[in-house]
Every structure is written in C-alpha cells, then in structure tokens.
Design a protein around this ligand. Structure first.
Ligand code: ZN
Ligand code: ZN
Length: 349
C-alpha cells in the first residue's frame, strides 16, 4: 500500500500529497474516550507506536484480531511488550505533539478528567497524564483461511479462548468477493466457530462480504450467540442493515462511513439504534477520509467517531460528548468483558 510511507514518530495525522510529500492535518477533537473495536495490531509496522499514537488522540480501547492460521499466536506473547513500549513512546510523542501545537491536546483534557489514582503520585508531569488503550483480543479463522481449518489450528484456537484477554471469536464469516477458500468450506468453518463461541460464552465478530444472505441464514439456524454478534466494517445500505439490527446485532462502522460516495452507508449508520453502534478501523486497511492513501492505525478511529457524530446530528459539544460516551460504552460492555465462566474454569494457556 505505501512502502514509501515514512514512520512518523509523533501524535499527528499525516495526509499523503503528491510527489511523496506529506502534510499534517489537524485531528478532530473528541469530547471523550473512543474505542477501536477492530484493528490488526500485529500488522502494524510498529505496534507500540500505533498504541501510543492512539492513546495520544483519545483512543482508550482496542480490540485486536488474531487469526491462528495466518498470524499464529504472536499477539498473545508480544502484547505486554507492545504496551510497555507504547508507554515509553507516548511520553516522547506527546511532548513533541504539544510543542507542535498539534493533535491530542483537545482529547488530553477529556482524558485527564478520568485520571486514575496514581497519576497524582507521579513527579510533576509536563504532560497531561494519558492512559494507554486497554487491549483485548478477538481470535478466529478468517473466511479467507477457512481451508486451513484442520484439527490442529481448531484445537489451538479452542485452547486460546481460555486466555482471559480474549473477548470475542473473530473475525469469522464468509467472503464471496475473493473466494480464497471454497464457499462450502467457508460455511462449514463459520458454523464450527459460531458453535465454539457459544460454548465459550463469547461474542462473535463477523466479516461478511458479498455473502450476507448465507451468513445471516447460518446464524439464524445456529442461533445468534447470547454474548452478542458484531457485524464489522459495515459498508452497505439501510435495507441490509435492518435485518441485522432486528436480530440484535451490534454494527461497527469504520473508514467507509467517511468515504465521499458512501451516502448509503451514512444512512445506515443513522438507522442503527444508538446502543448498538460501534466505531472501528480495520487497521491497517480502510483508512478514513481525509487520510486515504496513508496506512491506517487504531488512532484513525477518531475520524470515524467524528463522522458518526455528524451523521447522527450531534452538533454541540454536549451532544457529541453524550454520543461518544454511548459509543464507548457499547464497545466496552460488549468487548471489555469479564472472564466468562468457561475462561474461569478452563485450562490456562
Ligand atoms: Zn474483515
Ligand atoms: Zn479485519
């Protein structure tokens, strides 16, 4: 996508211009914490920097996606290191960011209102105290990789769901656009993972592409998981969103809701009940406007959150704060959940 994109060690947003030039774009000020309910942290070039950048603009929760057949379980081992690195980077980039009068200063005020005990015992801080995002894991075999579903990864996935950091099974579903696995196999593996999620008491995170009829039918047959169903990266219209909403699903909007021609997606976002609306990125993909052309990171979710405020008619700071608080609560109630009984009693990893 952008091999030539430099790694910017700051808390600013960089927009790609012509002739290899980049310019800084002012970040939207968000009046409260924001959640990225779908990012692939292990695909980031520097996961610590991504987490630090996210923290600097007000992102307080990230659900990161792990596919054992693709990524292995590296995220499980490396996440503590990424977070440790992120707190170090965060100190540097927030100094740099505020010196440049750049992004993050608006959100810092919001975050400071929630500072935890312990912040006050730090040495006199030159920067507002910014917490790192809480990071939880969704693990599952992507429909692209359904053909890799053999007893071995299936058993390994099952074992990993006992890890208390796992809060969803996903992304799972059907992708008939690329057809990288035979459709019959995709359906079978989707079904197997719905059953696994239900057994584990976890919600499912769905990837559906040009396969919504089959996907919906399978879920209806199996029964939607009680712990919740999240339809990720919604980029269709009101007619499609309606049945998922009726079935009680959460609908996550990412970059596509900001795209210029995506009026029908914005209309769908208007229709979703406010307590089932979620923000996400799908980083490193789906960079929102006005930053398309740059690699996406979890920090970009503030652009989507900002767009959702506009779409939902939240046009005063108070209305925005209320909507953002609701969106954040939706994400954390669904995904930053307490360990399931299955996790409390199951084998530890
Ligand atoms: Zn996806
Ligand atoms: Zn994804």
């Amino acid at each position: 996508m952008s091999e030539e994109e430099p790694i910017f060690e700051d808390a600013l947003f960089h927009q790609k211009r012509k002739h290899g030039k980049w310019r800084v774009v002012e970040a939207p000020v968000v009046e409260g914490p924001v959640a990225d309910t779908h990012a692939h942290l292990q695909m980031m070039r520097d996961p610590s920097l991504s987490l630090a950048r996210a923290a600097a603009v007000g992102v307080r929760f990230v659900e990161t996606i792990v596919d054992p057949t693709d990524d292995g379980f590296r995220t499980f081992d490396e996440l503590p290191t990424w977070l440790m690195g992120a707190s170090r980077v965060l100190r540097n980039i927030t100094s740099a960011g505020s010196a440049a009068g750049g992004a993050g200063t608006g959100t810092a005020a919001g975050a400071a209102g929630e500072s935890a005990p312990g912040a006050a015992t730090e040495a006199p801080a030159r920067e507002p105290w910014l917490p790192l995002p809480a990071v939880r894991i969704a693990a599952g075999v992507h429909p692209h990789n359904a053909k890799e579903w053999t007893p071995e990864p299936a058993a390994a996935l099952r074992e990993r769901l006992h890890d208390r950091r796992v809060s969803a099974v996903g992304e799972i579903g059907l992708d008939y656009h690329y057809d990288l696995s035979p459709r019959e196999v995709q359906r079978e593996v989707f079904r197997a993972q719905i059953r696994l999620a239900k057994e584990a008491g976890l919600p499912v995170c769905l990837h559906m592409r040009e396969a919504h009829d089959d996907g919906f039918a399978i879920l209806a047959e199996e029964g939607f998981p009680e712990a919740g169903t999240l339809l990720h990266c919604f980029n269709l219209d009101v007619a499609e969103v309606a049945r998922w909403v009726e079935a009680g699903c959460f609908i996550a909007f990412g970059g596509p809701v900001t795209f210029k021609k995506a009026d029908e997606v914005r209309e769908a976002a208007r229709l979703v009940p406010v307590d089932r609306l979620l923000t996400e990125t799908d980083a490193p993909y789906m960079t929102p406007e006005p930053l398309r052309g740059a690699l996406c990171g979890p920090e970009h979710v503030v652009w989507t959150a900002d767009k959702l405020c506009e779409v939902r008619g939240a046009d005063t700071p108070e209305a925005r704060a209320a909507l953002l608080a609701q969106l954040y609560a939706n994400a954390t109630v669904l995904l930053d959940r307490a360990p399931t009984p299955w996790q409390r009693t199951g084998a530890s990893v």
